[in-house]
Design a protein around this ligand. Structure first.
Ligand SMILES: *[C@@H]1O[C@H](CO)[C@@H](O)[C@H](O)[C@H]1NC(C)=O
Ligand SMILES: *[C@@H]1O[C@H](CO)[C@@H](O)[C@H](O)[C@H]1NC(C)=O
Ligand SMILES: *[C@@H]1O[C@H](CO)[C@@H](O)[C@H](O)[C@H]1NC(C)=O
Length: 497
């Protein structure tokens, strides 16, 4: 059982080319502050260590900071500033208590000054107000999407790829920072270019950055004022594809009647790495392929699926892709779908496809012992598991529940920017199926396997709607056939005339 009739597949396929991310749409829901706003100076950062990891296809930053309340009253609102252009690329921002990481993440929200302002803020709500003069160590982590630039921008097909990343050597802060360092972790020690800062900027009057193998450290800097920036740029070797999904549409369809959970995912990918200088030579590519050299082209995607996944399919704009392999899971072992695009996807090239599979609903659905309430537990994001990672500008997830499901609630730790519940009509539905739609932006593969819990009520009478409709449908068909069969064909002739 496929989630959609063929007609909608074809319609969706033909729209592959046009469904790009619409950047003029507001990316985050946010509260707007008056133009004159500056965060109240109630905190200082006593000590800050920022670690930037460049081992994946997107930079990831972790800021561990000891914050101190310098006000006379307890405070719980900590602001983190970003330039608007940077904020639209920041994803998966999470804040935790460094000393109680398992207590979960703090509530964060985006606040803007106004449409014209170039600075926007994440507002971090401390779960407990911090008393005057008290300190707390918080850990802020996030990814920055679409920010790595291949230099040079075009390469021969077996060349090494180098990426440039430009950032501030000072961590973003709305408060005075007494001491700070920025550690940059490269994937290897091939770092041909990097900004050197004057030695007198840092506290120890040493070469800045300090190098240690594949890790560089900018700082130590003392008493950096709020909002200060110190642009630096690094260029390093990274001969892997920069796989980015401008859009992922993921549908989970629950069928109580068939005991089935059907998943379908539609990807619009682009390799953000370097383009090809010359024409692609398949001969050269084949000659090299047995050596399996590093390449900046996307050659394949590995999709681990839940152990019970069956009937996978993989189609692109042209049709079925036969170069994919499926290894079914057994017991607790996950199934594995290996997708090979028809051609290696070099930088600037796009590749769109859909994959889908079925699974037994019983592994995902529980019925509460009381009443008619069900709990569905599915991963928010499955998708490829690549060493170099993959980023998603937008993920539209739909959970299509049976007809008659109501009182839909959900919970997930993935930051959601939009949610709605509507009715989705398919073949033989009378009311339409209850559909939960969730949107997340700027996600990375690290959010893979985060759970989504959906709770809904499904009265037992609703389960009979489908068989009754089908029975009535078949009856109607018989009736029509009988009527047509008994009508004189001259009616048809009359129409033509
Ligand atoms: C993008 O979104 C804006 C606001 O929602 C809309 O006005 C515009 O028509 C959209 N553009 C495209 C190309 O869909
Ligand atoms: C695509 O492949 C599946 C099995 O992998 C097969 O059932 C289906 O008929 C194929 N469709 C086309 C259009 O070739
Ligand atoms: C879902 O959307 C409504 C507004 O449409 C909002 O009030 C609510 O907080 C959202 N829920 C979550 C969990 O984001």
């Amino acid at each position: 059982m496929r989630p959609f009739p063929l007609v909608s597949c074809i319609a969706a396929l033909s729209s592959f080319a046009c469904a790009e991310l619409n950047l003029s749409e507001p990316l985050l829901s946010k509260q707007v502050l008056p133009r004159t706003f500056t965060p109240p100076q109630v905190f200082k950062n006593a000590n800050l260590v920022r670690t930037m990891s460049l081992d994946k296809a997107y930079p990831r930053e972790t800021i561990n900071v000891i914050i101190e309340n310098i006000d006379s009253k307890p405070q719980s609102e900590y602001y983190l500033p970003f330039d608007s252009s940077l904020l639209s690329k920041v994803g998966g921002l999470e804040v935790r208590d460094k000393k109680a990481v398992d207590k979960g993440t703090f509530k964060v929200e985006v606040v803007g000054i106004d449409a014209q302002s170039s600075t926007e803020f994440y507002l971090i709500h401390l779960p407990e107000p911090l008393a005057p003069a008290a300190q707390q160590t918080i850990s802020i982590s996030y990814a920055v999407l679409s920010s790595l630039k291949p230099v040079p921008t075009q390469l021969g097909q077996s060349d090494k790829q180098y990426l440039q990343y430009t950032f501030s050597a000072y961590a973003p802060s709305a408060y005075l920072t007494e001491k700070q360092r920025t550690k940059v972790k490269f994937p290897n020690s091939d770092v041909p270019d990097y900004t050197t800062l004057p030695a007198d900027l840092n506290d120890e009057n040493k070469a800045d950055p300090q190098k240690q193998g594949s890790s560089f450290t900018y700082g130590l800097y003392n008493n950096v004022p709020a909002g200060a920036q110190q642009p630096v740029s690094v260029r390093y070797e990274f001969t892997k594809p920069l796989t980015h999904a401008t859009l992922l549409e993921r549908d989970i369809e629950v069928s109580h009647w068939g005991g089935n959970l059907a998943a379908e995912e539609r990807y619009w990918l682009v390799n953000q790495g370097a383009g090809l200088k010359n024409h692609f030579s398949r001969v050269e590519w084949q000659k090299q392929s047995y050596l399996n050299p590093p390449t900046f082209a996307l050659k394949g995607l590995n999709l681990p699926l839940a152990p019970g996944a069956v009937d996978p399919y993989f189609t692109d704009d042209i049709g079925n892709v036969s170069t994919s392999k499926f290894r079914p899971g057994s017991g607790k072992k996950e199934a594995f779908l290996e997708l090979k695009p028809r051609y290696p996807v070099f930088g600037t090239w796009k590749y769109s496809f859909r994959v889908g599979w079925n699974a037994h609903l019983s592994s995902y659905l529980r019925k509460l012992s009381t009443g008619e309430t069900y709990i569905l537990k599915v991963p928010f994001l499955e998708g490829p598991r690549q060493i170099e990672g993959i980023s998603y500008a937008r993920v539209n997830l739909r959970v299509i529940l049976p007809e008659g499901a109501k009182n839909v609630r959900f919970s997930t730790t993935v930051p959601i920017v939009d949610n709605s519940t509507s009715l989705h009509k398919t073949f033989m539905d009378t009311l339409g199926r209850t559909t939960l739609s969730l949107t997340a932006i700027n996600l990375v593969d690290e959010f893979r396997d985060r759970e989504l819990l959906v709770t809904y009520d499904y009265p037992w009478t609703a389960g009979y709607r489908k068989p009754v409709v089908i029975t009535l449908g078949i009856f109607a068909l018989f009736a029509v056939t009988w009527v047509l069969g008994s009508i004189d064909t001259s009616i048809g002739k009359k129409k033509v005339a």
